[in-house]
Design a binder for this molecule. Structure first.
Ligand code: PLP
Length: 420
């Protein structure tokens, strides 16, 4: 029942006055409390301003450091052919497209890159988005409709977690890379939903382990589910000439959707979704982050195209990357670090205590090594780690120096050799 009396109106006015007086400041939040604690102790290692970059080093506060915190796995950000392609694209098309591909921002080089990527990945069709995050948000929310179910790995990237919040359908998490946990969910749910989509990272971004993709494919076949792989860290790294995790396991034709990003091995920014012609046509007419956001700038498109040319014509780059990875993994294991069973260029090193992880990062910086700490909630409480990652462009002298610095740090900070 509506009460439109003078008293009620006065009451409403009072309510809104009280509400205004109770506005809570953002500085009260736990996030800001923690950031301030780190800042006050000169242990704040986020938003570090990099003044100059080279193939595998950066300059911060005037000091040159060996970069072991980057996703530039192929080391192509400074490759002469890649830089030249980007410069030429700016000269021809200018600096931006000022519109979405759907309407006024589609260049012929976007279409050409779609075709080139589809061929490279081994899928019928592909489309490029402006970032990998947008690719996941747009594609997954388009694919997972109201009667659909998304099953995703508990260690999937934040963009998949956010996509699951955006998607209208239902989502359930299974235990990390645990096929019996996935099968339990499939068994009890497939009959209740229209489509079921299994979503997982090809290479897990924190632990560096590889998805058990052949087993996922077998389960998808058994239960009639779709397979969606986020191969952000596998593209350019895994498989023949860097064609990704599905190529590594020879299951390309069984992966329905493969997502990749250009913000790592392909030295730029942007994302891609590939799959069958009809599925990709559906995504390009329904993914809102694709249709309602401006397209990749010309220099980024040309960069990605040149990276594909380089990695498919020069085998020495991938060979260098994997030889550096083996060297570092063996080196850290000999030093007694716990490396989470990493099998890829991402090598996490367990530290434990949060403050110890940031103090160790400061120590590394003072010795000329740029690495990144990973703190809760990104990892469980008491399991802070230093995430390190390696590139084709690192040279052995630099990597040997990194191992020497970590050997000292392990003693100074009494780092355990196993989890807990
Ligand atoms: C697994 C994974 N998926 C998606 C993304 C998002 O990619 P982008 O940086 O292109 O937005 C990232 C980047 O951190 C990632 O690691």
């Amino acid at each position: 029942m509506k009460h439109n009396t003078q008293e009620t109106l006065q009451g409403q006015e009072m309510d809104s006055t009280i509400k205004r007086a109770m506005r809570k400041p953002f500085s009260d939040s736990k996030i800001i409390e923690r950031a301030n604690l780190l800042r006050d102790n000169d242990l704040y290692f986020f938003f570090r301003a990099i003044e100059e970059t080279a193939a595998s080093t950066v300059t911060v506060k005037g000091q040159k450091q060996i970069m072991i915190g980057s996703n530039n796995y192929l080391g192509l950000t400074h490759h002469p052919l890649v830089k030249e392609a980007a410069i030429k694209a700016i000269e021809k098309y200018g600096t931006g497209c000022t519109g979405s591909r759907f309407l006024n921002g589609n260049l012929n080089i976007h279409d050409e890159l779609d075709v080139k990527l589809a061929e490279y990945l081994g899928h019928e069709k592909a489309i490029v988005f402006s970032t990998g995050m947008q690719a996941n948000l747009g594609a997954l929310s388009a694919i997972c409709g109201p009667k659909d179910l998304m099953l995703f790995d508990s260690e999937n990237h934040a963009s998949i977690i956010d996509a699951s919040r955006l998607a209208i359908g239902t989502t359930f998490k299974y235990k990390h890379n645990d096929m019996s946990s996935l099968e339990e969910l499939l068994e009890s749910n497939v009959s209740r939903f229209n489509r079921v989509i299994i979503v997982a990272d090809g290479v897990f971004s924190m632990t560096g382990d590889i998805l058990r993709l052949p087993e996922i494919v077998a389960l998808a076949k058994k239960y009639g589910a779709y397979v969606y792989v986020d191969d952000a860290h596998g593209l350019g790294v895994m498989g023949h000439q860097g064609r990704g995790t599905m190529n590594h396991f020879d299951v390309t034709k069984d992966v329905d959707f493969n997502m990749g990003t250009f913000s790592k091995s392909f030295a730029s920014i942007g994302g891609v979704i590939s799959g069958s012609a009809d599925a990709i046509d559906y995504v390009r007419h329904s993914a809102r982050s694709f249709m309602f956001s401006a397209s990749m700038p010309p220099a980024a498109v040309a960069t990605v195209s040149a990276c594909i040319d380089v990695v498919t014509s020069d085998d020495s780059i991938l060979a260098n990357l994997w030889s550096n990875v083996e060297f570092m993994r063996k080196g850290f294991q000999e030093l007694g670090f716990y490396t989470y069973g990493s099998q890829t260029p991402i090598i996490p090193l367990f530290v434990g205590d949060d403050m110890k992880a940031v103090k160790m990062t400061k120590y590394l910086e003072s010795k000329g090594v740029f690495a990144t700490p990973v703190l809760p909630p990104a990892v469980p409480k008491g399991e802070a780690l230093i995430r390190t990652s390696y590139m084709a462009s690192h040279d052995r002298a630099d990597l040997t120096k990194v191992l020497e610095v970590f050997a000292e740090a392990k003693k100074v900070f009494e780092i355990p050799s196993h989890l807990h």
